[in-house]
Design a protein around this ligand. Structure first.
Ligand code: ATP
Length: 249
């Protein structure tokens, strides 16, 4: 990690009528760092990610990426970021290669044929290159989604539950691919997951969201014992059930 701050949010807030989906959250992600964004259903994780991606306009606060304000420099910043999420479907009628070509063209990737060949190799997709995305298994589709997510060599990668609905063995394979990629490229990653063992295995730092607030933050390996819990899963359940008793002062 070279400590360069890639993503910084200050007082980030999203209000829908009387509901504060995200309420004044401030945090940073550095180059080569994997930060876990955790919290129960409805805590505000996807809303946060969508504001970082520039898809949702914050009600208040700022998102700075590569030292620039997201709202003012969205198109410049967008070239250097990317994301993967189960709900972001790959067009099923296009082949794996065609999918990568479309996204490569959207991001203006140079030497695209070379980059596609590199990704097919890196994500073990060569034998599916001419298969339509619609026939791929969940694990194969996740690898395609990740290949798409790094096609533009992003310096910031947002992963919204990248292993949701995958079996434990495929999840491990996907996690290892991402870790390998981050070690090699020093990409900054913000990762949401409900799988606490996964978070312990991959994240350098975690942020616990509850009702739109960052309730706790720290090292996923020491945070549970700091709060008298055995592991991250037990801490997660406590955050979901009794958030006020855990609030950091
Ligand atoms: P999950 O783990 O279930 O995906 P989440 O942490 O990603 O949940 P969000 O989807 O960010 O949670 O939602 C945060 C809160 O904001 C929820 O209470 C949700 O109902 C509310 N919300 C999200 N989008 C809207 C919207 N467009 N209009 C009104 N309320 C919304």
């Amino acid at each position: 990690m070279n400590n360069e701050v890639i993503l910084k949010t200050v007082g980030l807030t999203k209000q829908y009528g009387t509901i504060k989906a995200v309420d004044h959250i401030s945090f940073a992600v550095q180059s080569g760092q994997i930060v876990g964004l955790l919290g129960p259903n409805g805590a505000g994780k996807s809303t946060t990610i969508n504001m970082i991606l520039g898809i949702l306009q914050p009600t208040d606060g700022t998102v700075e990426i590569f030292g620039k304000n997201m709202v003012a420099h969205r198109s410049l910043i967008s070239r250097g970021i990317n994301f993967a999420a189960v709900y972001a479907h790959m067009p099923p009628n296009l082949t794996v290669r065609q999918n990568l070509r479309v996204f490569g063209l959207l991001y203006g990737v140079k030497k695209l044929n070379y980059r596609i060949a590199e990704l097919l190799d890196e994500f073990d997709l060569e034998k599916f290159a001419s298969s339509k995305a619609g026939i791929l298994s969940s694990g194969e589709l996740s690898r395609l989604s990740l290949a798409k997510a790094v096609i533009n060599r992003p310096r910031l990668l947002l992963l919204d539950e990248p292993t949701a609905s995958l079996d434990p063995s495929i999840s491990l394979q996907i996690r290892e691919k991402i870790k390998e990629y981050v070690d090699k490229t020093q990409t900054a990653v913000l990762w949401t997951s409900h799988n606490m063992r996964e978070i312990e295995a991959v994240c350098d730092h975690v942020l616990f969201l509850s009702h739109g607030h960052i309730l706790l933050s720290g090292d996923p390996r020491s945070l549970p014992s700091d709060h008298g819990k055995r592991d991250l899963e037990e801490l997660f359940i406590a955050v979901a059930r009794e958030p006020l008793s855990l609030k950091e002062t």
